[in-house]
Design a protein around this ligand. Structure first.
Ligand SMILES: [Zn+2]
Ligand SMILES: [Zn+2]
Length: 299
């Protein structure tokens, strides 16, 4: 109903009351989520994260400063937190399916004894206390010699592959591959722009660029540092508007990860020497990421 379209009548007071209480509850949920978001989330701050390392603007100098002085959590919004939670839910769903199929290896957390153990296969019971209450704890990918710490979404030993689970929405495409999105933006006569989602999803034929680089880096870490025999990564993409899904499998290509690995080595050496590395985004100068941290360091 349009705004202002309600006429005074017997139902009006109840309607207004319902709206008011719905708003209060909705407001309370939002507050709850925003308060929750300020609590520590267990994300390590003493390591380089693969998801950061593969960004086009990953600055070695800024990364060095952040490892020395971890920044406090930045501001967030309800929508942002909601997107994160939806991502977690989607991960859990696909992992559960692979677990039911007995195709999933990795770390498992036992709800009974609260310990985590590795299993190359899908376990029925906890290795430590025989409890059946197990939660998948994904695939740790750590390279202490390079100060890298990460986690892949899944490991399927029978298929020699790691798993990445992605949700695809307009936001992620707009951010990561605006040229691809632009092909599906239509001008509506005097009514602004719309996106032809059906055609866009139909033509979506490869993982987004950052996901590709991230997956290759995971494979690199799995092979070089975790002794996992994997030679490919499978991406499950779920399209938010329709819940349709697609998958892509990409073979290992070591050369793609070389710049990120070299960067991690530079930062690790710089930490040992106690001297910040140079900005690699704007060689000879500074970029928006390291500039503010440089000033903070000098202050
Ligand atoms: Zn246990
Ligand atoms: Zn920089």
């Amino acid at each position: 109903m349009a705004r202002g379209g309600i006429k005074p009548g017997p139902g009006l007071a109840a309607y207004l009351e319902a709206t008011k209480s719905a708003d209060i509850l909705f407001g309370a949920v939002q507050k709850h989520i925003l308060v929750k978001a300020t609590r520590p989330d267990g994300r390590r701050q003493d390591v380089l994260h693969p998801s950061e390392m593969i960004k086009p603007d990953w600055c070695h100098r800024a990364a060095f400063y952040k490892l020395l002085n971890p920044p406090p959590k930045g501001p967030t919004t309800f929508v942002r937190e909601n997107v994160f939670q939806e991502g977690h839910n989607t991960h859990a769903k696909w992992q559960k399916w692979l677990q039911e199929m007995k195709r999933l290896g990795g770390d498992w957390y036992c709800e009974s004894c609260r310990q985590t153990f590795w299993d190359d296969e899908t376990p029925e019971l906890c290795q430590l206390c025989s409890s059946p209450l197990l939660t998948y704890a994904e695939v740790p990918l750590n390279a202490p010699a390079l100060t890298i710490g990460g986690k892949s979404d899944g490991y399927c030993p029978e298929d020699n592959c790691l798993i990445e689970i992605k949700t695809l929405g307009l936001g992620s495409i707009r951010f990561e591959d605006p040229k691809f999105l632009a092909k599906y933006e239509l001008e509506m006569e005097g009514r602004g722009q719309v996106v032809d989602l059906v055609r866009m999803w139909r033509d979506f034929r490869r993982p987004l660029p950052q996901a590709l680089r991230q997956g290759q880096l995971y494979l690199y870490l799995a092979r070089h540092f975790e002794d996992l025999w994997v030679d490919r990564i499978t991406y499950f993409y779920e399209f938010k508007p329709t819940q349709e899904a697609k998958s892509f499998t990409v073979l290992y290509d070591e050369s793609i990860s070389e710049p990120a690995i070299e960067g991690a080595q530079l930062i690790t050496d710089a930490l040992a020497a106690g001297r910040p590395p140079r900005c690699n985004i704007n060689p000879g100068g500074s970029c928006k990421n390291c500039r503010a941290l440089d000033t903070a360091g000098a202050a």
